[in-house]
Design a protein around this ligand. Structure first.
Ligand code: NAP
Ligand code: ZN
Ligand code: ZN
Length: 346
């Protein structure tokens, strides 16, 4: 089927309309008309080739909510007209130990990303949600629970699961002391989810003007990361800190904030972290860890949790043709707190 999307043609060209083909339905495929697509910082990193390896044209978008328009003959969980969702993964080997555990994001053969990846059947480049339609195999399509507003839910598919997964991995529960570094798309979801789990939440931000928002999102405390005295006073008082900062930065200011046995979990920047001092890690059994999105079962669990608890992102709805301006604003941290593209504008 012919469809229309927005693609980057090179690292420095703006995104622009791009006509391309979506594959015919394979027996286990679900076809969707995309209604909404969130704008993740990873979309910007990919369009601009920040990580290397971007194949152009690149159609970003992995926070997808849509309506099912057709299913292959072997599909059992979806039918035409259903609301459905797709996140960062559209395939994996489905047989290795990680896939068997439902942690397809850590597939031994490498996950197949929703965009900028090679389709496992025909080798074509995958194109993401900045488009009118998408075709995804059934196992990687999520059910959108009733009660989640489809116009707001899209960011849960990446920002939501990427922060939900470490909160669960490190056992956050009522009373856990959770810090969130960087109040952007991921950061504000981390706050809402941790609050919904009953945690005591602190936003750690370089933007003092975000304090009121942080409290409105449910955080009990706000730590201005440039305030040295306040950082010192917060020493050893966290069980888990989730760091969402998208660029290279010094991790050492956050390590003293961890209690014994606590974890600083990195979900933002990919690449070298300079000036790492192992002493505080060794001396207090502290951990620096990382985490990548979440598997399909955990993503469904997160969507159900959000429906039950009424957790939804703060979104600014944009038209497709505003995407380049949205990227520029995201780079300046001028988004409160996630852009969502209304795909009917395309
Ligand atoms: P975002 O909305 O742009 O938010 C990032 C936040 O980090 C900003 O709001 C800002 O918060 C802070 N920040 C930005 N630039 C900074 C700088 N130079 N120094 C210090 N702090 C800075 O981005 P996002 O969509 O949340 O994504 C964040 C990162 O996570 C990106 O690198 C993205 O690629 C990555 N990501 C990873 C996964 C995963 O699976 N691990 C999944 C999705 C995204 P303050 O103003 O409060 O300081
Ligand atoms: Zn993302
Ligand atoms: Zn696998």
């Amino acid at each position: 089927m012919q469809t229309l999307g927005y693609a980057a043609q090179s690292p420095d060209s703006p995104l622009a309309p791009f006509h391309f083909e979506r594959r015919d339905l394979r027996p286990n495929d679900v076809a969707m008309e995309i209604l909404y697509c969130g704008v993740c910082h990873s979309d910007l990193h990919t369009a601009r080739n920040d990580w290397g390896g971007t194949v152009y044209p690149a159609v970003p978008g992995h926070e997808i909510v849509g309506r099912v328009t057709g299913v292959g003959p072997e599909v059992t969980r979806f039918k035409e007209g259903d609301l459905a969702a797709v996140g960062c993964l559209v395939d994996s080997c489905r047989t290795c130990d990680q896939c068997e555990k439902g942690e397809e994001q850590y597939c031994r053969t490498g996950l197949t990303g929703t965009y900028n990846a090679r389709d496992r059947v025909d080798g074509s480049n995958t194109y993401g949600g900045y488009s009118k339609h998408i075709v995804v195999r059934e196992e990687f399509v999520l059910t959108l629970p009733a009660g989640l507003d489809p116009a707001k839910a899209a960011p849960l598919l990446c920002a939501g699961i990427t922060t939900y997964s470490p909160l669960r991995t490190w056992g956050v529960k009522a009373g856990s002391r959770v810090g969130v570094v960087g109040l952007g798309g991921l950061g504000h979801m981390a706050v809402k989810l941790a609050v919904a789990m009953g945690a005591d939440v602190t936003v750690m931000s370089r933007s003092a003007d975000k304090e009121a928002d942080a409290r409105e999102l449910g955080a009990q405390h706000f730590l201005n990361t440039s305030d040295k005295a306040a950082m010192k006073a917060a020493g050893s008082s966290f069980d888990l800190i989730i760091d969402t900062v998208p660029v290279q930065h010094d991790l050492m200011p956050y390590v003293p904030l961890l209690d014994v046995d606590a974890t600083l979990c990195l979900v933002g920047q990919l690449g070298p972290a300079p000036d790492l001092n192992t002493a505080p890690l060794v001396l207090s059994r502290k951990r620096i860890a990382g985490s990548l999105i979440g598997g399909i079962p955990e993503t469904q669990e997160m969507l159900n949790f959000c429906a039950e608890k009424g957790v939804l992102p703060e979104v600014e709805m944009i038209r497709m043709d505003q995407i380049n301006d949205a990227f520029d604003r995201m780079e300046k941290s001028d988004v409160r707190y996630r852009f969502v593209i209304d795909m009917s504008s395309l």
